[in-house]
Design a protein. Structure first.
Length: 327
């Protein structure tokens, strides 16, 4: 569900940004408004980013190899991290540069093309239409996110999501909407007051907004690239399933480690206590039963499991305080 929903949101955003970019460039060529150029480059960057997300999703589906035995699921995180870099450089830094360039021009007393253009109304029309189109894209991202968000707040969803596409699109679409409003305010005040500094301010605000969103995305993607454990809820589910809670014979889970090797793929390693004197075939049957219970408990996740039997009790060295399921 999360993969399909993420792809749908990405495609909706790609179509919206591609169309918006063309109209913004047209408005900039007619009026020379720096806010329009910053927003045009922003839309180009966003469209490129959505292409990167689709490419990452496609490449992540490759079969595992001897060199990459756990598959290529994390490639989606790599491309999402590249998205953050593109948004920071092509979107944010370019907008800040354009604001500085426009400021130098206005400060030097050069005539402003926007204030003298007979097409002054074009940016207003383009930005208003872009807000409407971007709203539909944002609405699609919200709708698809709600399918997997559950009771989590939006901040929790972005911080804890293991599938990167929906959080990336949500933040990009939000930044796009806010950026459009900032551009509209900057251009509108410039036209009303006959003061081009408002256009400069709007462009600078767009740049700061994009840099901020890019940094947030980079931090979240870095965490996923380094390797995150399963969510607390899934950790608890796995531990309960391995222990066989409620069954005739319960198994003690001495400690548990989980690691996402892809948004829907999870590596599970656990040490299970077995009774001294048990036969090898009984231990194997006990471990196989525990594996089956865990897979049945989380059918939407692909679990790669390594379970180790042990006779003793865990100590501080083998079971740290952050042991999965005990925090």
């Amino acid at each position: 569900m999360s993969t399909e929903g993420g792809t749908k949101a990405v495609i909706a955003a790609l179509l919206a940004n591609s169309g918006i970019a063309v109209t913004k460039f047209g408005a900039w060529l007619l009026t020379g408004a720096s806010s329009m150029l910053a927003e045009a480059i922003h839309s180009v960057a966003d469209a490129g980013n959505q292409g990167l997300l689709l490419l990452g999703g496609k490449r992540a589906q490759r079969e595992a190899t001897s060199e990459h035995p756990f598959g290529y699921g994390r490639e989606r995180y790599v491309y999402s991290f590249i998205v953050a870099i593109v948004l920071f450089s092509v979107g944010g830094l370019f907008a800040l540069y354009e604001a500085y360039h426009k400021y130098e021009s206005v400060h030097a007393g050069e005539p402003d093309k926007l204030l003298e253009s007979q097409w002054w109304w074009v940016p207003i029309l383009v930005l208003s239409a872009a807000i409407v189109m971007e709203t539909f894209s944002f609405r699609t991202a919200i709708k698809e996110s709600n399918h997997v968000r559950g009771s989590k707040s939006w901040v929790q969803f972005i911080r804890r999501a293991k599938s990167p596409e929906l959080p990336v699109i949500l933040l990009e679409d939000l930044a796009a909407l806010v950026g459009l409003v900032l551009a509209l305010i900057g251009i509108g005040l410039s036209l009303l007051t006959d003061n081009a500094y408002w256009d400069v301010a709007g462009t600078a605000c767009i740049g700061l907004l994009l840099v901020t969103v890019a940094i947030i995305l980079a931090i979240e993607m870095k965490s996923l690239l380094l390797g995150e454990s399963a969510t607390p809820e899934n950790n608890k589910t796995i531990r309960s399933a391995l222990q066989g809670e409620g069954s005739v014979r319960e198994t003690e889970v001495m400690h548990l480690r989980t690691l996402h090797i892809g948004p829907e793929a999870l590596l599970v390693a656990a040490k299970l206590r077995v009774d001294r004197g048990e036969r090898g075939e009984d231990i194997a049957a006990q471990i196989n039963a525990a594996e089956k219970r865990a897979r049945d408990a989380l059918p939407d996740l692909q679990l790669t499991m390594y379970l180790e039997p042990d006779l003793g009790h865990q100590d501080a060295e083998t079971a740290p305080s952050w042991d999965a399921g005990k925090t």
